[in-house]
Design a protein around this ligand. Structure first.
Ligand SMILES: [Zn+2]
Length: 73
């Protein structure tokens, strides 16, 4: 019920109407395939770079690809 538009932290494309409450913050970018979790949202608009703090998981075959990415803010 609380779907929001989210800008992908990896490729910068916008994913429309994601339900991050239901997924506990996780989303999979439909443009680049990265999986990311929204750790914190400072304000209401997740399409604005700098409003969000992300944990990004690269979609690579190996399993050593966990990487935390923090936007300053
Ligand atoms: Zn993306």
């Amino acid at each position: 019920m609380s779907r929001i538009d989210v800008r992908c932290p990896a490729c910068g494309e916008i994913n429309l109407e994601l339900d991050l409450v239901e997924t506990d913050g996780w989303m999979e970018c439909e443009h680049c395939g990265y999986t990311a979790r929204l750790l914190s949202l400072h304000r209401g608009d997740a399409t604005v770079v700098g409003n969000c703090c992300w944990q990004v998981v690269k979609p690579l075959p190996s399993s050593r690809t966990l990487r935390a990415v923090r936007n300053h803010g």
